[in-house]
Ligand binder design. Structure first.
Ligand SMILES: NC(=O)c1ccc[n+]([C@@H]2O[C@H](COP(=O)([O-])OP(=O)(O)OC[C@H]3O[C@@H](n4cnc5c(N)ncnc54)[C@H](OP(=O)(O)O)[C@@H]3O)[C@@H](O)[C@H]2O)c1
Length: 261
């Protein structure tokens, strides 16, 4: 794991004053929804740890952009499916900033096939990243998050829609929702909330790649609001749960999907 300190110690505006006391790890923040979450939390005054697996250039560019806007960020390479790497990422965040207050479990992959056509690799990769990856970070967070912290897990509205070909992906996300409910109770007494945000179809590589234009059009019109979600729509929901207005929300799944289900 490489961790590059991109903090912007020179600035002294009110956002950075607040950032000094609240630190957020966002997994899978190099691209897509995670990048929008990292950007939004930085604007809300959090110091942000931008986790990524392979997209170092994108992660560094995002950290640079956050700096330019007066925020604070470091990048942290760690494959979330690797428990030792996840531990080192938390170590790095604690070393750089003294502790962690918010964990956003956003890293994920989606591989679609009917159960009949799914091979072992398709099953194993999604379970390793979406389910075990979330477990790895939740375990560290439940041991190390500062009191008063927030945990936000990313599920999907396919838990509920249950379309054909989404079986294994939906199963991993249903598991994420189950862990959310259990961890909420295990963290009793520490003033830490645990919630899930479950997006519907959202305009990122994960959703768009490999889909013909007409399929994208059809799926975009499924929701009564008749458009795809944008990464910023999901970041808004996460920011609510991470911020002061979300303090009383605990153990819930918030479907951010324009009404698709
Ligand atoms: N887009 C949708 O329609 C939609 C709908 C419902 C739920 N979601 C959920 O929202 C989350 C974000 O999805 P997205 O659409 O933004 O996906 P995306 O555009 O494909 O981005 C995925 C992000 O996850 C990171 N990542 C992948 N494997 C990783 C690993 N093993 N360790 C650490 N990071 C890893 C990627 O980093 P690298 O680039 O470095 O690999 C990237 O930053 C996922 O959990 C997804 O299931 C998305």
């Amino acid at each position: 794991m490489s961790t590059n300190d991109r903090t912007n110690e020179g600035t002294n505006d009110s956002a950075n004053d607040r950032a000094a006391s609240r630190v957020a790890i966002v997994t899978g923040a190099s691209r897509g929804i995670g990048a929008a979450i990292a950007q939004r939390l930085a604007r809300d005054g959090f110091t942000v740890v931008i986790n990524y697996a392979g997209s170092a250039r994108e992660a560094e560019a995002l950290a640079g952009q956050i700096e330019q806007e007066g925020g604070r960020a470091i990048t942290a390479q760690a494959d979330v499916s690797d428990s030792a790497a996840v531990r080192r990422m938390f170590d790095a965040a604690e070393t750089a900033f003294g502790g962690v207050d918010v964990l956003v479990n956003n890293a994920g992959i989606m591989r679609l096939a009917t159960l009949a056509d799914s091979d072992d690799a398709l099953f194993d990769s999604q379970v390793a990243i979406n389910l075990k990856g979330t477990f790895n970070t939740l375990r560290e967070a439940s041991r190390r998050l500062r009191n008063g912290g927030r945990i936000i897990n990313l599920s999907s509205s396919v838990v509920g829609l249950y379309q054909p070909t989404y079986g294994i992906y939906a199963a991993t996300k249903a598991g994420v929702e189950a862990m959310t409910h259990v961890l909420t109770k295990e963290l009793r007494g520490r003033n830490i909330t645990v919630n899930t945000v479950a997006p519907g179809p959202t305009a990122t590589a994960l959703f768009l790649d490999g889909k013909p234009e007409e399929v994208i059009e059809r799926l975009a019109r499924l929701a009564p609001l008749e458009r795809l979600g944008q990464p910023e729509d999901i970041a808004n929901a996460v920011a609510f749960l991470a911020g002061p207005d979300g303090a009383w929300i605990n153990g819930q799944t918030l479907r951010a999907n324009g009404g698709v289900i």
